[in-house]
Design a protein around this ligand. Sequence first.
Ligand SMILES: Cc1ncc(C[n+]2csc(CCOP(=O)(O)OP(=O)(O)O)c2C)c(N)n1
Ligand SMILES: [Mg+2]
Length: 325
Amino acid sequence: MTAIDLADAYRTMAVYRRFEEAVGAAVVTGEVHGEMHLGIGQEAIAVALRAMLEPTDAVVSTHRPHLHALALGVDPVALLAELLERSGLSGGKGGHMHLFSRDPQFMCTGIVGASAPLACGDALAQQRRDPGRVTVAVAGDGSMNQGAVFESMNLAALWRLPVVFLCEDNGYGISVRRDVATAGQLADRGTPFGIPGHACDGTDPEAVYAALGPAFERARSGDGPSVVVATCYRFRGHYEGDADTYRPKGEKDDWMSAPRDPLSRLRARLEAAGVPVVELDAADAAAEAEVAGWLEAARSVPFPDVDRVRDDVYAAPGARQGVRA
Ligand SMILES: Cc1ncc(C[n+]2csc(CCOP(=O)(O)OP(=O)(O)O)c2C)c(N)n1
Ligand SMILES: [Mg+2]
């Protein structure tokens, strides 16, 4: 396993942060309706995942999916257009919790814990058709006590499925603290099934990359699933507009302070390693410009045609694309 390129990780994390901020701003302007869950504060996990993924791998994400889609290489303009309720990634019929991409192979679900069984189904197909490919099941800490997750781990272990169960432990499931909802260690959730677990600091891309490495290696070589738990903090409320009165101010201030914020922490580390400040400033400016360009392009994507509302409900006869005998 080669090391993660931290300068590249910084540039990408800056893009991820700006991307999520832009989506948050679009909620305020009324371009986005309904619940919107952002991954601000969780960028280090996505950037490490990006460094680990091959374009032919698959990711099944959660209700907080944008950064995982970007990490896999989903077209950012199509993604943004979908979030802006235009005819984007899911033809404007999905929105932010129903993102589907055939190539690269990405999907997400708003049903907490459902990414695990969906990923197992996908991994079974991968195992039969294209050994060596990996399917990632992203899960929040709040999903790790769901029965479906344990059932998935059981089958994944039994069938040696090429799955990486990646848990983003941001400490909360909506307003419920992980410590009042969860017994034991999340990284040990696979232990009864013989699945190895790795815990890591989810605010440090290098630590996440190191934890993902053996998990991907195991899956790729046909030895079966792993659990990786990355501890981080949700910077925003559960959804945009959440009054977020349930988290102590001191706790938020601490996690979101410059020494702990994944982005400013990495910047300080790169500065200390001798990367010139102008270079880091240039990376910040480039991230801003890139996301602004995507936003402009997404805003020019048309809204879905109302006459097509009934399309895509059922597959057209004979259109079993992608299904092999
Ligand atoms: C099966 C199911 N139960 C409850 C919900 C309502 N719900 C949506 S998000 C959420 C909390 C999820 O917390 P976590 O898994 O930690 O993800 P995070 O929001 O922290 O990323 C809940 C309970 C749901 N969508 N699906
Ligand atoms: Mg959580």
